[in-house]
Design a protein around this ligand. Structure first.
Ligand SMILES: *Cc1c(COP(=O)(O)O)cnc(C)c1O
Length: 361
């Protein structure tokens, strides 16, 4: 047996590394990025800010100024605490690092979410050695309340993750059902609002009604994916514990300065996300006119499309060959069989995608 296979945990050896396809020279509609850059004058102002950053110094470990800006921009209630992560992926990891382990009876703390859902919940649970329970959504991608409540009762999960809107299905789950889940949860419920900029609803205003609810946001999907910055809001009792597993200076000095600047100029980002919502509706309407496929109505910046049986792999490959990269979800199986996911790009990019997509039907 090699040293590697002897010492690396079997569940890690069984994983494949998170695959990010090469995307140079392609129209990139695979990763829910905002397709727009900033206007030139804003870039100049940002460079002036960056020029003064002291790269020789450690950043503010608590990112206090940035937190204050985010509190206002993201409508975090006054009585809620804020924890920042190097992307919300890092927050998911911090939560699980703090919560993994065994109870006094020897049961291993578990993680519960829905399938299809955001893949990092399951991946990070695996990294942390936490059992992961994935409850299938109904055929219309709604929550199966009966199954969820039964699973919560049976497994007593330490943490439940629900993306709102959900990735990759792009719908908002029923609020009443989520409230029932929060009430039934023995541990904490994280409502992941990564796509909040494109949705009309949020759990942020009702944070104070529950002592086991946490709301997570990120700046990635609203136009700052390169910065890596996520936010968790909730009761100080929880966040103070998660903060103990945070590595010092996890929000680097360039991210702090750039995010502060971006939030002072939030109007630019807001205009971009509003344009994306308008273009999402046009793209959805165009897709709805095509026979033999089903686009799903979206509350996010991407559209999930079910194509004719057995065609998804070929369509994905041919689009990629012609320079348009989307996401093929067919291999995930289950409710995602025959499904492709396309991020809403610029009007031009969407048009190019549609043209090629129609020729591949
Ligand atoms: C993209 C995404 C994230 C990760 O965001 P980062 O802040 O870029 O790490 C989290 N949750 C969901 C549901 C996402 O789709």
């Amino acid at each position: 047996m090699s040293k590697v296979s002897k010492w690396i945990r079997p569940e890690i050896q069984a994983l494949s590394a998170y695959h990010v396809p090469d995307s140079s020279d392609t129209i990139k509609l695979d990763a829910m990025e905002n397709p727009y850059r900033w206007p030139d004058d804003l870039v100049e102002q940002w460079l002036d800010v960056i020029r003064d950053v002291e790269l020789n110094r450690y950043p503010d470990p608590g990112a206090q100024v940035l937190k204050q800006h985010l509190r206002i921009a993201m409508d975090v209630p006054d009585e809620s605490e804020i924890l920042l992560g190097n992307g919300s992926d890092e927050l998911i990891q911090m939560i699980m690092m703090a919560m993994s382990g065994n109870d006094t009876a020897g049961n291993t703390h578990s993680v519960l979410s829905v399938e299809p859902g955001f893949v990092m919940y399951k991946m990070i649970a695996t990294f942390m050695g936490m059992p992961y329970i994935g409850i299938p959504l109904n055929d219309d991608f709604s929550l199966d309340e009966t199954e969820l409540l039964a699973a919560i009762k049976e497994h007593q999960p330490a943490v439940i993750f629900l993306a709102y809107p959900n990735n990759p299905t792009s719908n908002l789950f029923d609020e009443k059902t989520i409230r029932n889940i929060i009430a039934a949860a023995p541990g904490v419920v994280v409502v992941d609002e990564a796509y909040h900029a494109f949705a009309e609803k949020s759990f942020m205003p009702i944070l104070k009604e529950y002592d086991n609810l946490l709301v997570m946001r990120t700046v990635s999907k609203m136009g700052l994916a390169g910065l890596r910055l996520g936010l968790l809001a909730g009761k100080a009792e929880w966040l103070n514990e998660f903060d103990k597993v945070r590595l010092p200076y996890n929000i680097n000095i360039l991210t702090q300065a750039s995010a502060e600047f971006a939030i002072k100029n939030i109007d630019t980002l807001d205009k971009q996300t509003q344009q994306i919502c308008v273009d999402r509706e046009s793209l959805f309407n165009e897709l709805s006119l095509i026979k033999n496929i089903t686009p799903y109505s979206s509350q996010a910046n991407f559209i999930l499309v079910r194509v004719a049986e057995g065609q998804a792999d070929r369509m994905f490959d041919n689009l990629k060959e012609q320079g348009v990269l989307i996401k093929n979800l067919n291999s995930a199986g289950g409710l995602l069989k025959d499904c492709l996911r396309v991020t809403v790009g610029t009007a031009e990019e969407n048009k190019k995608f549609l043209e090629l997509f129609k020729t591949e039907l």
